[in-house]
Ligand binder design. Structure first.
Ligand SMILES: *[C@@H]1O[C@H](CO)[C@@H](O)[C@H](O)[C@H]1NC(C)=O
Ligand SMILES: *[C@@H]1O[C@H](CO)[C@@H](O)[C@H](O)[C@H]1NC(C)=O
Ligand SMILES: *[C@@H]1O[C@H](CO)[C@@H](O)[C@H](O)[C@H]1NC(C)=O
Ligand SMILES: *[C@@H]1O[C@H](CO)[C@@H](O)[C@H](O)[C@H]1NC(C)=O
Ligand SMILES: *[C@@H]1O[C@H](CO)[C@@H](O)[C@H](O)[C@H]1NC(C)=O
Ligand SMILES: *[C@@H]1O[C@H](CO)[C@@H](O)[C@H](O)[C@H]1NC(C)=O
Ligand SMILES: *[C@@H]1O[C@H](CO)[C@@H](O)[C@H](O)[C@H]1NC(C)=O
Ligand SMILES: *[C@@H]1O[C@H](CO)[C@@H](O)[C@H](O)[C@H]1NC(C)=O
Length: 686
């Protein structure tokens, strides 16, 4: 008897172990296999168990095809179980999503006794809450049904015979540091769920598929399933659509009564994704509102900028209206300081193109960076009247000649400096071409030098005679001759020029000019005249033709040197040796000689012996001498010869054919030269 009892017990144990050994793992589902039973509209397609699609008011149910033991046949206690699955709720474009998935234990197969929509394919209107249902479920619900006291539209709940969940929580997970992270059930992502039941406790945990299982469960509740489940049950999933639709999918599933780690064998990577493509975001309400807000911001910003611009314009116009009338009468224009400042990048040292006696010259871009200009900044040392200044620049601005740099504008800052704006000269100053140029290709040829000197002469002539009042340049020198884009010479720096009425006595209080170019009478009396300009021009001629500065340390002054050559009858040896290397000199040799002689003549110590600028220009043009008022019967050639005496007699040339130089004259000459050299080394620094 005892042996029989023992045998029975043994048999029971063997039976029990065979019955309770339910273990399965589905990484994807076979559509042909009969392992899964499908009800409603549930299908298996490409290894995915699809419970519902977007057909509305439908139910889909899938059950493990075999009934499984849920209670110990001996003790009748509920068998522990551990299940895990990966699900996705795939939303459709332009539809509101619903309703949800339930993992369930059901006593029967089929979908009898269940409705779609809010009933989730689990119960119907009449049997909801009926203890005889014998149904245990874990719902993943995306619709908040007030009739079932749903907590929200994205929750996980434990259902026992009723859609009124016993326990529910917003879907999500607890991070390891104890922070709740919500998860949106129907965003199309794949989620893994773990449901464990043992010792009257059910735990539900979820996380995005592929992530590590959170340590703390989302739901952990005491639950006595003894009165709920029958001895044997069907296990599986059910889902439903209503007017709201979405596709409920199961991608993988494991179940075990014994191995609580079986879920580890679920493949969580390489799964298909059901997240809607990003462009659907365009349809999203929040995106539209953000876009609207953005547009509004842009428009208002634009409006603000426009408002600012208009106001600035109005202010400018008002300022212009406030400008006194006399300012407007004058050409050239007054240019706003701001424009000049920005055009020269705030008078950046990098933009300095020259340093003159009374200020720096900057290169600048005006009128929106289109027009290149040279800006001369003159520091205001005296409290000269504004009106006087404007009157002066206005008359200078009216001087228009092809051999003068044009003054195009001016500007005055409230306190401080005046600015004169000139046309920008691309090729810089003449002295650089003569002295700082070692490139054989760009050395100025004899013809070019003569052309330049001729241009300078007509520029000076225009200053002296071309206008209603006589203008003295007073600082003619190589660095004040600028070359434009076409290598046309243009006289610059009218900063030192003063306007004199033709009749007005020419008086000045201080000597202006540059050492080496100063005529003896200026050094002696400080009085400038057209003849002093002619003298400086003569020095310029010698300088350009000989390629030597008027005064060079350790050398004879240029004028004396050329004079000495003239005496020896070898004036052509004075020509710039670099110029001699250029071709076509032979052709110009006669002209070169004549120009050198003209230079010496212009630089004659006796102002009365110097030709006028008109005569100089006529020499260049080779005009007949009838234009010369005094010597109307001669031609240029004989006039030159007579003026200079025969070649070689420099004494006659310098001091006139009739009279020999007095000792006083010679001393004066050497004095002027030594003063010049003294000036040059002490003051000029060059
Ligand atoms: C799927 O079917 C194949 C044969 O058709 C079978 O070898 C495999 O075990 C089945 N897998 C599942 C999970 O049913
Ligand atoms: C939904 O699935 C059912 C069953 O597989 C099918 O008859 C129906 O045409 C599908 N509807 C849509 C919109 O795909
Ligand atoms: C569902 O109920 C219908 C009658 O309403 C019955 O004919 C059918 O067999 C039932 N299905 C199952 C699987 O019990
Ligand atoms: C609910 O299901 C039960 C059992 O199948 C059935 O008797 C009842 O008529 C159903 N009620 C509704 C409203 O469909
Ligand atoms: C979710 O669960 C946590 C702890 O399990 C609880 O503190 C919290 O109140 C629950 N939230 C809801 C909405 O039930
Ligand atoms: C449920 O979770 C609690 C808390 O993490 C844990 O102590 C318990 O062992 C878990 N029970 C099961 C059956 O996983
Ligand atoms: C579980 O419920 C059954 C009957 O429904 C009862 O006999 C048993 O004592 C309960 N167990 C616990 C631990 O509450
Ligand atoms: C439980 O399942 C895991 C994963 O498949 C496996 O590695 C482990 O060996 C199993 N444990 C037992 C006791 O079968």
């Amino acid at each position: 008897m005892e042996a029989l009892l023992f045998l029975l017990t043994l048999l029971e144990l063997i039976l029990l172990s065979s019955v309770s050994a339910v273990d399965f793992v589905f990484n994807g589902f076979n559509d042909s296999s009969s392992v899964i039973s499908l009800f409603g509209i549930a299908t298996i397609e490409s290894k995915i168990l699809t419970l519902t699609n977007q057909t509305s008011f439908e139910t889909g149910r899938a059950l493990y095809s075999k009934i499984i033991r849920t209670k110990d046949p001996v003790t009748s206690s509920v068998l522990p179980f551990s299940t895990s699955f990966i699900f996705a709720m795939a939303p459709y474009k332009n539809t509101l999503p619903g309703h949800g998935i339930v993992f369930l234990f059901a006593p029967t197969t089929g979908i009898n006794g269940s409705s779609s929509a809010q009933h989730l394919g689990l119960f119907n209107l009449t049997n909801n809450g009926n203890p005889s249902n014998h149904i245990f479920g874990v719902e993943f619900d995306v619709f908040a049904n007030q009739e079932f006291s749903d907590i929200d539209a994205n929750h996980v709940g434990i259902d026992v015979n009723s859609l009124h969940s016993m326990y529910a929580n917003t879907s999500g997970y607890w991070s390891d540091d104890g922070v709740f992270k919500p998860l949106k059930l129907n965003d199309g992502r794949n989620y893994q769920v773990w449901i464990d039941y043992r010792d009257f406790v059910v735990n539900v945990t979820m996380q995005v598929a592929g992530k590590i299982r959170p340590k703390a469960p989302l739901l952990s509740t005491p639950l006595n399933l003894s009165g709920v489940v029958e001895d044997e049950m069907f296990v599986g999933f059910t889902a439903a659509t209503g007017r709201l639709v979405q596709s409920h999918k199961i991608l993988a599933w494991s179940f075990s009564n014994s191995n609580f780690s079986l879920s580890d064998s679920l493949v969580t990577s390489g799964l298909p994704s059901f997240v809607l493509p990003k462009d659907s975001i365009l349809k999203a309400k929040w995106f539209v509102s953000v876009l609207a807000l953005f547009c509004f911001l842009i428009v208002s910003l634009f409006g603000l900028v426009l408002f600012g611009v208009v106001r600035k314009r109005l202010e400018k116009a008002r300022k212009r209206a406030l400008m006194e009338d006399w300012e407007m009468e004058y050409w050239p224009h007054r240019i706003p300081y701001e424009e000049i400042e920005s055009g020269t990048k705030g008078f950046d040292e990098k933009n300095v193109i020259g340093i003159g006696g009374n200020g720096k010259v900057y290169k600048g871009l005006l009128q929106g960076g289109v027009v290149e200009v040279a800006v001369k900044r003159i520091s205001q040392e005296s409290s000269d009247g504004m009106r006087e200044f404007v009157a002066e620049i206005s008359s200078l601005g009216r001087l228009k000649h092809r051999n003068l740099v044009s003054l195009t504008g001016w500007c005055k800052k409230e306190k401080g400096s005046f600015m004169l704006v000139y046309d920008y000269m691309e090729n810089g100053s003449l002295d650089r071409w003569i002295f700082e140029n070692d490139d054989k290709k760009t050395i100025l040829s004899c013809e070019e030098r003569i052309r330049i000197l001729k241009g300078v002469a007509s520029g000076i002539l225009y200053l002296h005679e071309g206008w209603e009042s006589k203008v003295l340049h007073r600082d003619i020198k190589a660095s004040n001759v600028l070359l434009d884009r076409d290598m046309i010479p243009r006289l610059s720096d009218f900063g030192l020029a003063r306007v004199h009425g033709h009749e007005q006595a020419v008086r000045t209080t201080r000597v202006v000019g540059t050492a080496g170019y100063l005529s003896p009478e200026v050094v002696k009396t400080g009085r400038a005249s057209t003849q002093t300009d002619v003298f400086a021009y003569g020095i310029l001629v010698l300088e350009v033709m000989c390629g030597r500065r008027p005064i060079e340390e350790g050398k004879k002054p240029l004028m004396d040197w050329v004079w000495g050559l003239m005496e020896k009858g070898e004036i052509l040896n004075g020509l710039d040796p670099r110029m001699m290397m250029t071709e076509a000199l032979n052709h110009a040799i006669d002209e070169a000689e004549r120009v050198l002689q003209l230079g010496l003549l212009c630089a004659h110590p006796d102002p009365a012996k110097r030709p006028s600028m008109r005569q100089v220009v006529q020499v260049f043009e080779g005009d007949k001498a009838e234009i010369f008022e005094a010597e109307s019967s001669e031609d240029v050639e004989s006039w030159m010869l007579r003026k200079m005496g025969s070649r070689g007699s420099s004494r006659e040339f310098w001091y006139g054919s009739s009279s020999h130089p007095t000792m006083e004259q010679i001393r004066l000459q050497s004095l002027s030269v030594s003063i010049s050299s003294w000036n040059s080394s002490i003051l000029d620094g060059r």
